[in-house]
Write a protein that binds this ligand. Structure first.
Ligand code: KIV
Length: 290
């Protein structure tokens, strides 16, 4: 069994130039298998709103579900660093509300780190949370929670102004105390600049190979997503496999060929039954497979 992955582990890996693997994951069973596979970080991401709950947008992620899901992932993978994703509007209205909600993720959700989508204007919140003992991963670049403003998820840093903005955001949030940075959907030039200024480990998604760690939604990795993002590279094809298993079950149920070990009554018990029950039990046993 490996040692638990902590922030110290990730910092040491960054310094050794040893990339670490992260996945967004939403339940205890998948988390258990991913920990067995050696994944270092699991994010109980707000992408669960789409992947698990069938919403169109991540902003529909319910707070209570997010907390339960984070705890489930941690229970499934106790030796993995588990990050919780703060849902839309759970840290924007006031610092007090941000503190209260982040506290719930740390205690009820058993999160090791809290991720929030932020820009330089939110450095104050990161500063307050960090001082209170909440380790923050600042998510910069493309921020899916702001998709309604941009008209859909868009890559960031494709102009020099936008590149400078992402770098300023990363710098300000790191200065405010963020212990990890996550950059999403940016060109290599942006990643290179962020890596230059980053003293904390940087996780990338669609941000090239220069980052210290890489993250993907587990459903995209497993081949469960109908239209995965362009940067997702599935390594399995579980979707069609689930469909095949479903078809197989339908046909076994329909032709009466369900197998498995069945139950029999304890010795002497069936003799105590009235004749009607005995007859129907015999009829059931001799029913043709239709
Ligand atoms: O919620 C999520 O899945 C994310 C990504 C970075 C993977 O935020």
């Amino acid at each position: 069994m490996r040692d638990p992955v902590t922030l110290k582990t990730l910092k040491a890996m960054k310094h050794r130039g040893d990339p670490f693997a992260c996945l967004a994951c939403y339940d205890a069973t998948t988390a258990r298998w991913l920990e067995r596979g050696g994944v270092h970080v699991l994010l109980a991401g707000d992408s669960a709103a789409q992947v698990m709950l069938g919403f169109e947008r991540t902003i529909d992620m319910p707070m209570e579900y997010a907390i339960l899901m984070t705890a489930a992932v941690k229970r499934g993978a106790p030796r993995t660093l588990v990050m919780a994703d703060m849902p839309f509007m759970s840290y924007h209205r006031s610092v007090d509300e941000a503190m209260g909600n982040a506290g719930r993720f740390m205690t009820e959700g058993m999160a090791d780190v809290i991720k929030l989508e932020a820009d330089e204007t939110q450095a104050g919140i990161v500063d307050r949370l960090t001082r209170a003992g909440v380790p923050i991963c600042a998510h910069v670049g493309c921020k899916p929670q702001t998709s309604s403003v941009t008209g859909g998820p868009v890559a960031a840093g494709r102009t020099s102004d936008s590149l400078e903005q992402v770098v300023r955001d990363a710098q300000a949030l790191q200065d405010a105390g963020a212990v990890l940075l996550l950059i999403e959907a940016v060109p290599d030039e942006v990643t290179a600049r962020v890596m230059e200024i980053a003293s904390v480990p940087v996780i990338g998604i669609g941000a090239g190979t220069a980052c210290d760690g890489q993250i993907l939604v587990v459903n995209d990795l497993l081949g469960l997503t109908d239209h995965p993002p362009r940067f997702a590279e599935p390594v399995s094809s579980i979707g069609p496999e689930i469909m095949r298993a479903g078809k197989e079950w339908v046909s076994r149920v329909r032709d009466g060929s369900i197998g498995g070990q069945r139950y029999s009554m304890r010795a002497g018990e069936s003799e105590k039954l009235g004749s009607t029950s005995k007859e129907s039990a015999t009829k059931d046993a001799t029913k043709p497979n239709t």
